[in-house]
Design a binder for this molecule. Structure first.
Ligand code: THU
Length: 138
């Protein structure tokens, strides 16, 4: 179980990161923050591109920061967006989180004013394919 104070810190970091989003095309700013195995917080924001499919999601940006800092496990993640519906991670980001997180990984979804939803990665990406599936392959 991740401490609620730490989860609140994670949401704050994602909210601050969202303010740095580069989203001139969708105008939909997203911030994310991941907690690594050392208790460190790594944040990211979406970075769009004029060649639309080349845009980067906030979660991918946060994961990149974590890996560069030496983190190899995600113990919690927060995502912040401002739409009418809670900004749950997109399908691609669910798989990216799966690389470093377990089924019980807490995924906290918030907007600029407060927490909107809580899930586990296993709920968002059931029966997922992960690193262990590659073990023992010929
Ligand atoms: N976006 C994220 O950054 N994370 C998600 O999980 C959902 C979508 C971004 C991608 C794009 O820049 C914008 O939100 C609109 O889809």
């Amino acid at each position: 179980m991740i401490d609620e104070v730490i989860l609140a810190r994670l949401v704050d970091a994602a909210r601050a990161a969202r303010l740095q989003a580069y989203a001139p095309y969708s105008h939909f700013a997203v911030g994310a923050a991941v907690l690594d195995e050392f208790g460190r917080v790594h944040a990211g924001a979406n970075v769009e591109n004029a060649a639309y499919p080349e845009g980067l999601c906030a979660e991918a940006c946060a994961i990149g920061h974590m890996v560069l800092a030496g983190g190899r496990r995600i113990d919690a993640v927060a995502v912040v967006g401002a739409g009418a519906e809670p900004c749950t991670p997109c399908g691609g980001c669910r798989q990216k989180l799966r690389e470093f997180g377990a089924d019980d990984l807490p995924v906290v979804v918030a907007d600029p004013t407060g927490v909107r939803a809580r899930h586990t990665l296993g709920e968002l990406l059931p029966a997922s394919f992960g690193p262990s599936h590659l073990e023992g392959a010929p």
